[in-house]
Design a protein around this ligand. Structure first.
Ligand code: DQA
Length: 157
């Protein structure tokens, strides 16, 4: 998925309301803004030899299009889909049709919150999930993606 000498690309995807991070419910999500979280993920990606692209949208269709555009181009997707996590089967299908590494990410721990947040419709089509570590989850998710990319490269070689 990468030309020689190019860094593999990780697409970081954010869903609805995550543009409000920093102001939105800091007791659950922490005080870091979206820009600060993206900067932390970008730094972690650079450290792991990866390039990071970012998209945030409050519209499900935009996220699906971004995932389609990642097909055959990005080595991994790290996705915090916000509340769409819990009901957006179209996002599930878009991720199922993407054949790179997939890491689901949440600032909070949805399993410890309201029952409607306990279901992730994305969970069956991702490699793994990082949840509940607040801002620290961003470098952790990028590091997890990097490890899975390397593992895939080794099995291809
Ligand atoms: C979230 C958890 C979701 O349940 C919620 O709707 C969000 C944020 C998280 O990062 O903890 O918007 O994805």
């Amino acid at each position: 998925m990468t030309a020689r000498g190019e860094r593999p690309v990780v697409l970081l995807v954010h869903g609805p309301n995550l543009n409000l991070l920093g102001e939105r419910d800091p007791t659950l999500y922490g005080t870091a803004t979206l820009d600060q979280l993206v900067a932390a993920a970008t730094a972690a990606a650079a450290e792991a030899g990866l390039e990071l692209e970012h998209v945030q949208s409050n519209a499900e269709a935009d996220l699906i299009e971004a995932i389609h555009r990642a097909r055959g181009r990005c080595a991994a997707i790290v996705v915090n889909a916000g509340a769409l996590t819990h009901y957006a089967w179209s996002l599930h299908d878009a991720l199922a049709a993407y054949d790179g590494v997939k890491v689901e990410l949440h600032l909070s721990n949805p399993s410890a919150r309201e029952p409607w947040r306990h279901l992730s419709v994305l969970a069956p089509v991702v490699d793994g999930t990082i949840a509940g570590f607040r801002a620290d989850g961003y470098p952790l998710a990028v590091a997890a993606a990097a490890r899975l990319i390397r593992r895939a490269e080794q099995t291809e070689a």
